[in-house]
Design a protein around this ligand. Sequence first.
Ligand code: SF4
Length: 365
Amino acid sequence: MTTTEMPTAARTDLVGLSRVALRSWLERSGHGAHERVVWTWMHRRGGRDFSGLAALNMPRDLIRRLTEEAAVGRLPVEFRHRSGDGTEKWLVVLPDGHRIESVFIPETSRGTLCVSSQVGCTLTCRFCHTGTQPLARNLTAAEIVGQILVARDLLEEWSLPGEAPRRLTNIVFMGMGEPFYNYDAVAEAIRVLMDRDGIAISKRKITVSTSGVIPGMLRCNEELGVNLSISLHSARDDVRDGIMPINRKYPLAELMAACRAYQGVSSSRRLLFAYTLLKGVNDSDEDAKALLKLLDGLPSKVNLIPFNPWPGAPYEPSPMERILAFQQILHDARMITQIRHTRGEDILAACGQLKTASRSLPQTF
Ligand code: SF4
């Protein structure tokens, strides 16, 4: 399915611009003072046809200039798959023809959009299907924000906050790519997402997942203050080196020092640690005890993730009894844990399964 066309190259796409950049663009024709109205119209109401600004008392010459020189672009959606559990995966087409995936996970009290930050990934975490797709390029801020705008279109929720319950309430950067290897674009996009006059998703509802890129964690801490999720997967350097090659660059001692320095972390705002259980690799009682020791004293929550196998994967999932035994050791030490319910497995939308091969799946819409 293709939704709408891209803006023509000659026009300025307003999606992904910061407020300062939008104001500066409008200022060139003396309309800087209308920046807030335009911003709110496109980010809250999903406005795309500039003639709609007439109803908001915008000057005619501004509307004419916007119509002639600007566009509010939308990334086309090539395929849309819906899992039996309601999870949706969208194959989004970028202006240069690359494809990325966004996943929407509806739950009773919230809906989470999992967005991508890169096309492919450089990090080759061995349990991750995405990691088998070489990095093609970083996404721009516009392409990251564009995934949220596409979601609002597909979910048909351009009502103002309070007018109707929102399905999309949370954003996680857990799709394709390592967000902190594309820090500037990710940060720019997050600022757009958090802006109160626009999309207005609070920093408490945005989570960036990192494999442990310490310089990015430090900047994120200072500049954005969003939630952080760390892909840990082992509390032992020898095991983590084998699962995640980045551990050789940022080993556990340095990673944990950066975690402990993360501001705002408290018993009510915990760091998230993702731990995928791989049979015979990181799922023993000793591994659980090593995890307890590593996180001792740090307000944290551990998501235990049953491994989702993909064709050619070098690991097998831990049996559920082993996962429960692992969790029990953590529970006994009063660590907050949950076994993450696998979502979207049947459409390869579950954690670590994203890879832009979706065209081989049947379209379900
Ligand atoms: S887990 Fe994340 S960082 Fe590691 S290869 Fe997969 S997408 Fe890249």
